[in-house]
Design a binder for this molecule. Structure first.
Ligand code: ADP
Length: 537
């Protein structure tokens, strides 16, 4: 397999290709009637694809016990080559025990029963999964998604051995955006790209990411590969169809011929530091010379005590330690923050003193997109169908209807009245308007109620959350700024909030998830006859 000499060499020196020739394939197919079959899980299909395509070079199969243990304890294969992540085939005890000898061949099949590869079993063993979790992820807490898979969702026995490949898993979506390492290498060579900086992501790209990628490409004078993980990412991430549309739009903003998008069937483990090294090795196999590693790379979020599993720059530190062996250079970034006066994202360490900054992480972006109560409610209404539904979100209304307004009492009232007016028109036309502004004043709320109620109905939902909890969550970092006096007229801190006595529904969000809160609202609406089978549409 040509590896295009001017590109970074694959990990271990050679790009692995596990596919067998036609003759051997026919032979294996004929023999396979006698092989036990294992139906691969979604995650195993992702791992297998990267094994087959050479994305996991120098691995030539699922790890044997010796390699697995060596990787867990010392981040190395038994050959001494750096490799930070166990790649194992987990199977049920029944299946493991049904194997007649330790040298059986197994047909590995995808969800549709298609045989993708044959595993030459060399090892069958029951791993100590707690030890694996502690070594690889540094924790045994099942709140960590990688640990949760390992301890609660994966199978308890492992099979290791070399693989003979018949075919890659098939895809029906975004075919033109999926490339094997060999294909990407050939493409880079064709385009004359020598230095390529990869950007790993599992989120929709927003402006912080765009700034990261622009800066990285400029800084190391490299072309850019946007290489999102579209295999399995963290639970509740934005689906990749939406993400791909977002990447495609962003790609068009880069100077022509300097950036490329390719999708990677990677099943992420959210393993932070070890995962960053793993990501680099995979990108190296795909021909990339550099990898962007920002704040909290592949971070699994917070533990049961609200503390992050990994420090924000722990991934960068571990990467640095092994950088020479990895063979891919890290393009490290400090946290990118939004600098309001400049209307720009800058790394935290470049922000001028006194400048007002806002911080939005990918996770928060996702939360904003997905899971505030109003959004959940919107989705639930849409799912039910029946009535047209509109979300008048506080931030969006301020952007489109009330951009000239500030946060004085007078301006807040105008803003709420405008929302009330739009909602009254929607109600009049038999739609549902979900309004999610901060409406701190009782008189104004009553005024809006009187505009809408006669035209259909008005349900006031009071999300009563103690200010201490808002401060503890402080998703946008705004409470801290309000406390410091940087943000003025901040509801709950330096501006009043008149608690409603006339709310139809009171929800204390301290103990409820957004989904549960939305469900409580739906149930109320159903009980009152606004929605449901007998409603008078
Ligand atoms: P993941 O690291 O799990 O893929 P993201 O898609 O959010 O999650 O991040 C992609 C890359 O961008 C990572 O290297 C991450 O560290 C970096 N990154 C994301 N947001 C920021 C930010 N605001 N500041 C610095 N780096 C960031």
């Amino acid at each position: 397999m040509p590896t295009h000499n001017h590109l970074v060499p694959p990990h271990g020196g050679e790009l692995v290709d596990l596919s067998v020739g036609e003759e051997r394939a026919a032979e294996l197919k004929a023999q396979s009637r006698r092989f036990p079959s294992w139906d691969l899980t979604a995650r195993q299909v992702c791992d297998l694809e990267l094994l087959l395509s050479g994305g996991f070079s120098p691995l030539r199969g699922f790890m044997t016990k010796a390699d697995y243990e060596s990787v867990c304890y010392s981040l190395r294969l038994t050959t001494g080559i750096l490799w930070p992540m166990p790649i194992t085939l987990d199977v049920s005890e029944r299946f493991a025990k049904s194997l007649k000898s330790k040298t059986s061949k197994i047909a590995l099949r995808d969800g549709e029963g298609v045989m993708l590869a044959v595993l030459n079993v060399e090892d069958v063993w029951q791993p100590d999964r707690k030890v694996e979790a502690a070594e690889v992820f540094g924790t045994t807490s099942p709140i960590h998604p990688g640990v949760d898979y390992l301890l609660n969702r994966g199978n308890r026995w492992y099979l290791g051995g070399s693989i003979e490949a018949l075919r890659l898993p098939s895809f029906y979506d975004f075919k033109s955006l999926r490339s094997t390492p060999a294909e990407l290498r050939a493409e880079f060579a064709r385009l004359g790209w020598r230095r390529v900086v990869a950007f790993q992501t599992r989120n929709p790209m927003h402006r912080a990411h765009v700034e990261l990628t622009f800066r990285a490409a400029k800084q190391v004078e490299a072309s850019l590969l946007i290489h999102p993980a579209v295999g399995i990412t963290r639970p509740r991430d934005v689906d990749y169809f939406t993400r791909v549309r977002c990447y495609q739009l962003i790609l068009a903003k880069f100077p022509a011929g300097t950036a490329k998008l390719s999708l990677l069937s990677l099943a992420m483990r959210m393993g932070g530091p070890r995962e960053a090294i793993w990501h680099a090795l995979i990108r190296k196999n795909h021909g990339c010379s550099h990898l962007i590693v920002g704040r909290d790379h592949a971070g699994p979020g917070k533990d049961a005590n609200g503390r992050p599993f990994y420090e924000p720059y722990e991934a960068q530190d571990l990467f640095r330690k092994y950088e020479a062996e990895i063979g891919v250079r890290m393009v490290a970034f400090n946290t990118m923050v939004y600098v309001e006066d400049k209307d720009k994202y800058l790394p935290e360490d470049e922000v001028p003193a006194e400048a007002r900054v806002l911080n939005i992480s990918g996770t928060e972006l996702r939360q904003r997109l997905n899971s505030t109560i109003a959004n959940v409610l919107l989705i639930k209404f849409l799912e039910m169908g029946g009535r047209p539904v509109t979300l008048l979100d506080g931030d969006l209304v301020r952007q489109h209807l009330s951009s000239e307004l500030g946060f004085s009492k007078e301006h807040r009232d105008i803003n709420i009245r405008r929302i009330g007016y739009v909602a009254s028109e929607i109600t009049k036309n038999r739609g549902i308007a979900i309004c999610a502004p901060i409406a701190p004043y009782d008189v104004t709320r009553k005024e809006v109620r009187s505009m809408i109620e006669p035209l259909g109905g008005f349900v006031m939902v009071y999300l009563s959350t103690p200010v201490e909890i808002c401060e503890r969550r402080d998703r946008k970092g705004l409470y801290a700024k309000a406390r410091a006096g940087i943000l003025k007229e901040f509801t709950g801190i330096s501006d009043p909030y008149e608690q409603p006595q006339d709310a139809e529904i009171v929800i204390n969000t301290a103990g409820l998830s957004p989904e549960e809160a939305a469900q409580a609202i739906i149930l109320y609406m159903e009980r009152e006859g606004f929605i449901g089978v007998n409603n008078n549409l």
